[in-house]
Design a protein around this ligand. Structure first.
Ligand SMILES: Nc1ncnc2c1ncn2[C@@H]1O[C@H](COP(=O)(O)OP(=O)(O)O)[C@@H](O)[C@H]1O
Ligand SMILES: [Mg+2]
Length: 301
């Protein structure tokens, strides 16, 4: 049931002195939306290029559906749809006409399937209008429609919301969630934390070619969440939390606050109350991946 559809094994790419991808291992399971998050230059596009058999790994390997992929072995890519960079289309043709051109690449994609994908990406109403009049979000959805024509089991997207306005981003995000709801596995890269947080089930955070964190979005958030609690005597509260089993490195006093990492607010209150300490204020901080991301990608000093 938990089938791995995309897996990299110690995958690395060296460009002269630049180690673009420095030995990464990641499994993507069927049905999930997997986010590949990292700042510009982290190695996302290079990794995706290797997963799509466009770039030769220096060392390591990629498997799709349990089969090796390389520029010399692209068979498993028939089960994959990809959108890397801006979608290509003929601007003065309609969406339907553009999809008819792409459909020629595939033996089994006919008019009915074109109607189906137009419906899926929400372009059925606009299908016969020239694409040049489309919004950015609509053009991107057309790119996705083209990637979906042959019913791929996995879609790989490199920064699918890059360059879109907020409305376009939301259109693409909603579309990806609905595709995932229909059982398609999605692997997408982004340098936008917010995007990944809203779209993905699991993420890998990439920094200088290395994965520095990987897991469920909710877990990564929980592990790193800091809760600030205002108490009359922070050092006494700290002592109480230590006695209740919270590790010392997760507790910090800061003015009239204790700050606790990786423990939900309710649990902190409960533990303090057991020592007759009643917080005047409980503030959850770092509630999105942003701080985690910044913390993880900050240069070591
Ligand atoms: N064809 C190439 N030749 C030389 N260096 C490259 C090439 N492609 C990427 N790089 C370098 O590899 C690193 C990772 O790039 P890339 O995979 O594009 O990162 P991202 O997509 O995360 O922004 C960068 O330092 C980039 O300059
Ligand atoms: Mg890139």
């Amino acid at each position: 049931m938990n089938e791995i559809v995309l897996q990299t094994f110690d995958l690395a790419k060296q460009y002269g002195p630049v180690r673009a991808v420095a030995g990464i291992d990641l499994p993507v399971y069927r049905g999930e939306v997997y986010g590949f998050l990292g700042p510009n230059g982290a190695g996302k596009t290079t990794t995706i290029g290797m997963a799509l058999g466009l770039i030769h790994p220096t060392t390591g390997r990629v498997e799709l559906f349990g089969q090796p992929v390389s520029p010399a072995h692209v068979t498993p890519l028939r089960r994959v749809g990809a959108l890397v960079g801006a979608p290509s289309y003929v601007p003065y043709f309609s969406a339907r006409r553009n999809l008819q051109l792409v459909a020629r690449l595939y033996p089994d994609v006919g008019a009915a399937r074109i109607d189906e994908v137009l419906e899926m990406v929400g372009l059925a109403q606009a299908a016969n209008r020239p694409v040049r009049g489309y919004s950015m979000g609509m053009k991107q959805r057309l790119g996705l429609a083209a990637a979906l024509l042959h019913k791929p089991e996995l879609i790989i997207l490199d920064e699918p919301t890059n360059g879109l306005d907020p409305a376009g981003m939301r259109e693409v995000r909603d579309l990806l969630r609905s595709l995932a709801g229909g059982g398609t596995t999605i692997f997408l890269s982004s340098h936008l934390l917010h995007e990944v947080e809203q779209t993905c089930d699991r993420v890998a955070v990439l920094k200088q070619g290395q994965i520095v964190a990987q897991g469920r979005v909710s877990e990564l958030l929980g592990q790193r969440q800091v809760v600030r609690v205002r108490v009359p005597l922070p050092t006494v509260a700290r002592e109480a939390l230590l006695q209740s089993g919270v590790p010392a490195d997760q507790i910090r006093t800061n003015g009239s606050y204790v700050e606790v990492t990786g423990l939900p607010g309710e649990q902190i209150v409960e533990r303090l109350a057991a020592h007759a300490i009643y917080p005047g204020e409980v503030i959850a901080q770092g509630t999105d991946l942003e701080e985690t991301f910044l913390e993880l990608t900050r240069e070591a000093v």
